[in-house]
Design a binder for this molecule. Structure first.
Ligand code: BEZ
Ligand code: FE
Length: 297
């Protein structure tokens, strides 16, 4: 291969292979923002290296363009197919890992997912967030604290989850009330508690290009059962995480690579009796205790 110089605009001719890559990277040399320049130049190098490594055919290049086009067409204010593509390619967890190297002891972060809804209903500690969602009752409690063990009074918790059929409220047509979601504040000792329903495993939405990708690769779309938390408090980093049910069979095949061992917890199963708050239970229910540990800003 003939070595070609990295050229300016006037010499941008007859470029191929490594010379083309160098010329395209150099075309961003005058980008004033140094971070943007570095990101764009690395993107060019890695994109070209990828195409060269697999010797990308023109049909494959166009299949990629069509995949991205269909992914964009699938997005609306309730559905973010690009984020799901990032999730199933492990990019979301890679970025989370790079940006959340918490000090030891803080609760680990995991994917946000597409089912969070802004402006959730406010609850008090001890309330029932299920609001009619199908499933066996589940009592959840714990303490929001710092890595040094200090409780964080008044911490704000957003909670959302799927029901026993593995569906979020936003996946039902015509529900007029939110179910299995809400927010509340930790009390003056950092304690939080609520009732909900026992979460179930579910497939991520597969009726779009991401589903076709998983099908083509014979990959499972399943996510292990979990409850989502987003916890905020002044002076602390926002924590976006889940708590997974240790009894779930999908923990080691999560479609989005979101499982951390430290986020897997025991949901204790009970058959009737009194709940932790004295509520008399006539049928099966479950309970979970999980402390949420925040890193300082
Ligand atoms: C979720 O946990 O809600 C989720 C995360 C990534 C993709 C789809 C769903
Ligand atoms: Fe989820």
């Amino acid at each position: 291969m003939t070595e070609q110089p990295a050229t300016g605009a006037s010499e941008r001719r007859n470029l191929a292979d490594a010379g083309l890559t160098r010329a395209v990277a150099a075309s961003f040399d005058s980008t004033p923002d140094p971070r943007l320049r570095a990101v764009l130049q690395a993107l060019v190098r890695h994109l070209h290296a990828f195409a060269s490594e697999v010797e990308l055919t023109e049909d494959e290049w166009f299949a990629g363009i069509r995949f991205l086009t269909r992914t964009g067409h699938k997005c609306d204010d309730k559905r973010q197919e690009f984020v799901m593509a990032s999730d199933v390619l492990g990019l979301s967890m890679l970025v989370i890992g790079i940006n959340h190297r918490h000090p030891t002891g803080a609760t680990e972060s995991t994917v946000f997912g597409p089912f969070f809804v802004e402006g959730s209903r406010a609850f008090e500690n001890g309330d029932d967030l299920a609001n009619g969602a199908p499933g066996i009752p589940c009592h959840v409690r714990g303490v929001v604290r710092s890595v040094t063990g200090d409780p964080i009074p008044g911490a704000h918790l957003e909670i959302w989850q799927a029901d026993e059929d593995g569906r979020y409220d936003v996946q039902y047509e015509g529900l007029d009330e939110p179910r299995g979601r809400g927010h509340l504040h930790a009390d003056d000792q950092g304690r939080y508690s609520f009732w909900t329903v026992h979460p179930a495993a579910y497939p991520i939405p597969t009726d779009g290009p991401v589903g076709e990708l998983l099908e083509a690769a014979r990959r499972s779309p399943m996510r292990p059962a979990h409850i989502h938390f987003m916890v905020t408090a002044p002076g602390y980093q926002t924590l976006i995480t889940h708590v997974f049910d240790e009894a779930d069979e999908h923990l080691d095949t999560d479609a989005v690579f979101g499982v951390r061992s430290s986020l897997v917890a025991t949901f204790h199963r009970h058959d009737g009796g009194a709940g932790p708050d004295g509520r008399q239970m006539s049928d099966a229910w479950s309970s979970l205790e999980f402390d949420l540990v925040l890193a300082r800003d």
